[in-house]
Design a protein around this ligand. Structure first.
Ligand code: NAD
Length: 298
């Protein structure tokens, strides 16, 4: 069994690190929020007070951080990972960041003698709890095999996507497709209501027919239909509008750099921005359903 450093114990980091503990590893966890450290400690994570302390004796170091700027600051600088890790510690970032930040992590890690694997995840907080996340790994082939052994206790699927940044590029495209599907689910759920359909019955129809999708199965935005979404929980976030806005704009940045037109993703981003502008960024992504109803109520 290994010793693992975990930096960032939020919605995803807490259950993911808890699953490594359940698999028998020692996990030393750090977060700037003491409440998050405490919640992870309740899952068996050893609470520590700095990244440096988390890295003591670590065979691997995971990060699960909100934005690209957080990843850059946690890696770099006098209190950062590169300053305190051993070059034997495998570095894995599970955060969703832009391809350039991930490339920077790879290049700067290599220049300092470290091994870095981009390791983003899909499956949401439900997948994190159920250790059924899809991991998308990018790096040199031997490094991916090494990473696979560490991520397996948290994963339902581990996909070796290819060389450096292939994992994060896959993640950005995947999430852009998710957001476009989510718009359809938001609209369909409300049209079904207005046509007088029983929501559970309509959900079963879509699930067995061609309207089926991941947000339809998992995030259906009508109360009483799925337990994995937010509709029964006052649209408190399982995946926040702030994160959706970030991921969608990162995908659009990549699309613009490639000279593509992505009108459906642009529409999704404009809806996320509208709700974030109303102060709802911490609420769930499926709150976009509110923009479908005639009076903005759900
Ligand atoms: P979160 O905001 O709940 O957790 C991030 C944690 O990082 C917070 O607890 C925060 O206090 C901590 N943090 C910030 N700066 C720090 C620092 N300098 N040092 C230590 N800790 C620091 O976010 P989340 O929902 O857990 O998502 C984490 C990452 O995973 C994001 O990049 C997100 O896009 C990605 N992701 C999230 C989901 C999801 O469903 N929530 C799914 C897939 C991927």
């Amino acid at each position: 069994m290994s010793t693992i450093a975990w930096i960032g114990l939020g919605h995803m980091g807490a259950p993911m690190s808890g699953n490594l503990v359940a698999a028998g590893h020692t996990v030393r966890g750090y977060d700037i929020s003491p409440a998050c450290v405490e919640a992870a400690a309740a899952r068996g994570v050893t609470a520590v007070a700095s990244a440096a302390e988390a890295l003591e004796g670590a065979d691997a170091c995971f990060t699960s951080l909100p934005m690209p700027a957080h990843v850059r600051s946690v890696y770099d600088g006098p209190d950062g990972i590169w300053a305190h890790a051993s070059t034997d510690t495998l570095l894995l970032d599970t955060s969703t960041v832009d391809v350039e930040t991930s490339r920077w992590c790879h290049d700067e890690s290599t220049a300092r003698g470290f091994t870095f694997v981009d390791s983003p995840v899909s499956g949401g907080t439900a997948g994190a709890e159920a250790h059924s996340l899809a991991f998308m790994l990018g790096g040199a082939p031997a490094d991916l095999e090494r990473a696979k052994a560490f991520v397996e206790p948290m994963a339902g699927a581990v996909i070796l996507c290819g060389e450096a940044t292939a994992g994060i590029a896959s993640k950005l495209v995947n999430n852009m497709m998710l957001f476009v599907s989510a718009l359809g689910v938001a609209e369909g759920s409300q049209l079904a209501e207005q046509l007088g359909l029983d929501p559970k019955v309509f959900w079963s129809v879509a699930n067995a027919a061609s309207g089926q999708s991941w947000p339809q199965r998992t995030w259906y935005p009508v109360p009483g239909v799925v337990t994995t979404g937010s509709a029964d929980k006052n649209f408190d976030a399982t995946f926040s509008l702030d994160l959706a806005r970030k991921d969608c704009s990162l995908a659009l940045q990549a699309g613009a750099a490639a000279g593509l037109h992505l009108p459906a993703a642009e529409l999704a981003l404009s809806q996320f921005e509208q709700l974030v502008g109303e102060g709802l960024g911490a609420k769930d992504t499926m709150l976009i359903t509110k923009l479908v109803t005639a009076d903005g109520s759900l």
